[in-house]
Design a binder for this molecule. Structure first.
Ligand code: SF4
Length: 435
């Protein structure tokens, strides 16, 4: 599961002109990819004075921010067409179609259909039963908002039913993008200047289960890297710890183009809570995965999603989550206070009071910041391969990400992958010199 605060709502890339459709993306990397698809569709239909909202339903807060942004857009652009879509709309279409600020509400399948962006003749509410979805939409995006890193969809939907999660009701059953389409998409992006591709989906480790021959995610990655030798860097998005297949482990050991950075969908560090979440892994499995990966790739770094204050979680159970950060050596933490989602089994379980959830989340975040600072400190004096992505214009020079996903300030050309010696760590960033 890709979680809400992975990506903050992003408006258009600065270089776009007024004629360009405005796209506001909430939630996960899959939404970021789909927003590029919708931007292409709106352009192709000649829609210019339009604001498209791609919403997220993972937390109550994500939905509240989405509604707030829609109201603000209507105030700021009274004549623009406002289109809302994404998981919040898919799960509760009538609510969002009823907002007076909204001109059109599209479902998660309909948002990928170019006909949904015609200037006229499209119903105000166009949301179908996502559970009937059997295929991915298969779109080739032109680029990725002029960035050097691109997220691409390889898998959609989810067949699991974790008790806290509403995503399957917004995304439908698991379905995979055929291998050929992925290769074509990656080639197109690399030809367009993209240097790093992030494979994304809702439950990427279930890749291939619906395709002929049932290729695993690792087998797909191996073929992709073989068929696109000009792709410099491949990165994975969130992984189900116990569904990492042998080919992924082998690639981690053998393939330098696969980045030594895995983000694990951990959710909790206590076995009883993991059982009540209906997760497929236990605490020991997370420790085993991290140990096994480090045996194969000693410099590997881990990110993790963890929920604080899941119903029935005692202080002792929470301590098991807190301790896991250090025991597993997790570095990039995404922490969420549990948020009730209507219709999910967890919403009917005995709740932990909200202030306590927030307080536990704060302790987890503090542990995460400590781990991050220790990791950054440990990189001083080492070498890194940095993909230079942008110059934020804050006078500190260009910024990029190294193979471990740490932000690095480094002189160099945007789009270049620059070898660097790491000199320092400050304010959550490394600084380096070309080597
Ligand atoms: S049901 Fe579970 S595996 Fe599926 S998207 Fe939700 S959290 Fe992820």
């Amino acid at each position: 599961m890709q979680t809400a605060s992975t990506i903050t709502p992003s408006l258009d890339p600065p270089s776009q002109t007024e004629q360009e459709p405005e796209v506001v993306t909430f939630g996960c990397r899959l939404n970021a990819y789909e927003s590029e698809v919708m931007r292409d569709h709106a352009r192709a239909n000649g829609l210019s004075d339009v604001v498209i909202f791609n919403s997220c339903a993972v937390t109550t807060e994500a939905e509240r921010q989405f509604r707030q942004a829609v109201r603000r857009a209507r105030r700021e652009r009274p004549d623009a067409m406002i289109i809302v879509t994404g998981c919040a709309v898919q799960v509760d279409p009538e609510r969002y179609a009823a907002m007076p600020e909204v001109d059109r509400a599209l479902g998660n399948m309909e948002k990928l259909d170019p006909r949904s962006f015609a200037a006229e003749g499209v119903p105000r509410l166009l949301v179908n039963d996502i559970m009937s979805a059997r295929e991915t939409a298969g779109h080739l995006i032109e680029g990725f908002a002029e960035r050097t890193r691109a997220f691409i969809e390889v898998q959609q939907g989810c067949d699991h039913r974790c008790t806290f999660c509403i995503i399957p009701y917004g995304r439908g059953p698991s379905r995979s993008v055929p291998m050929g389409e992925i290769v074509t998409q990656v080639r197109k992006l690399v030809d367009g200047g993209v240097r790093e591709v992030v494979l994304t989906g809702v439950d990427v480790t279930s890749y291939g289960s619906d395709l002929p021959g049932q290729p695993s995610l690792g087998q797909m990655m191996r073929r992709l890297l073989a068929l696109v030798p000009e792709l410099p860097r491949l990165r994975l998005s969130s992984l189900d710890p116990v569904e990492i297949d042998d080919d992924i482990y082998r690639l981690l050991a053998e393939e330098p183009r696969l980045m030594p950075h895995l983000h694990l969908s951990v959710q909790a560090g206590d076995d009883m809570i993991l059982k009540r979440m209906k997760r497929r892994h236990l605490r020991g499995d997370v420790l085993d995965v991290c140990r096994k990966v480090r045996d194969l790739r000693p410099d590997a770094v881990f990110g993790a999603d963890i929920i604080a204050g899941f119903p029935t979680e005692s202080e002792e159970m929470f301590q098991n989550s807190l301790r896991l950060v250090e025991e597993a050596g997790l570095t990039w933490l995404h922490v969420f206070p549990y948020s009730e989602r209507p219709g999910t089994p967890a919403a009917r379980m005995p709740a932990v009071p909200k202030p306590e959830r927030k307080e536990r989340a704060a302790r987890l975040r503090a542990a995460g910041q400590q781990a991050e600072a220790a990791f950054l400190e440990s990189r001083i004096g080492t070498m890194a391969q940095v993909l230079i992505e942008e110059d934020p214009g804050d006078g500190k020079g260009p910024r990029g990400r190294c193979e471990h996903y740490a932000p690095v300030r480094l002189d160099g050309e945007i789009g270049a992958i620059q070898k660097a010696r790491i000199l320092n760590s400050e304010n959550g960033e490394l600084t380096g010199v070309p080597a």
